[in-house]
Design a protein around this ligand. Structure first.
Ligand code: CA
Ligand code: CA
Ligand code: CA
Ligand code: CA
Length: 243
């Protein structure tokens, strides 16, 4: 019992397991009410809209283009990302231009070169790429919102992604009209350790975006060995007692 208790408190430092289901209950987040996740997640918050000017930074578009929150955590098997946004998976049209939802972009080493992409929209949802080149956002003045979506790269495998209307959606309350993106990416698909890394998400126009930085600390192998060793001894002791 004591060992199990210690195990749980350590795992909170590493992160936690997330269900890919459109609910942020597992993150400890209630959008619009309590944006702060439980311990073990890195995050960035910017619920700018609705407001009178529609500014969401660096562009405009009000709640329909608001990127409100970006969360990152992990367990021993997966990297998890959650995004809250007013932008739908099918994209939006403005002045006869169609804008898509971007890929989840990951920069290993925080060197400004984004290395990996998880497809969030389109026919390849959930596909995970090592990226060679990226598409920029539509409005070149919103350079801070780059990158938008992987242009070329090599397919590494598949993650899991859900993109669903928030359970609190109210047709009469613009502020509530948001979507929850949740994604998991198997850590085994990465070509090497994550270490210090950044996660970025934007939309094709580049009107809004968010970045999160985190340091991946995998479960220490020694602790796993000690844990399993102690458990083994306990099992042995139990077996002796029973025989
Ligand atoms: Ca969830
Ligand atoms: Ca908002
Ligand atoms: Ca912004
Ligand atoms: Ca990088």
């Amino acid at each position: 019992m004591t060992l199990f208790g210690t195990w749980l408190s350590f795992s909170n430092v590493w992160g936690f397991t997330v269900g890919i289901d459109g609910s942020l209950d597992d993150w400890g987040v209630i959008p619009g009410t309590d944006w702060i996740p439980k311990a073990g997640a890195s995050y960035s918050l910017e619920d700018n809209a609705p407001n009178s000017s529609g500014y969401v930074g660096p562009g405009y578009g009000n709640q329909e283009y608001d990127v409100e929150a970006l969360y990152v955590t992990w367990d021993s098997a997966n990297l998890y990302v959650a995004i809250v946004t007013g932008f739908p998976q099918t994209g939006r049209d403005y002045n006869s231009i169609h804008f898509d939802a971007g890929d989840i972009a990951i920069d290993v080493g925080l060197d400004g070169n984004y290395d990996y992409a998880l497809r969030v929209a389109g026919s390849e949802v959930g596909s995970f790429y090592q990226v060679s080149s990226w598409e920029d956002v539509y409005y070149s003045s919103y350079v801070e919102s780059n990158p938008f979506r992987a242009a070329t790269g090599s397919l590494l495998g598949s993650g899991t992604l859900s993109y669903l209307p928030w359970s609190g959606w109210d047709d009469n309350d613009l502020a509530s009209q948001r979507y929850i993106i949740e994604a998991s990416i198997p850590l085994a698909l990465f070509n090497g350790p994550l270490g210090s890394f950044g996660v970025h998400w934007t939309i094709e126009c580049g009107n809004d975006y968010l970045n999160v930085e985190a340091i991946h600390t995998p479960e220490p192998a020694t602790l796993i060995l000690i844990g399993s060793g102690l458990l083994g001894m306990g099992a042995l002791r139990g077996r002796r007692k029973n025989s």
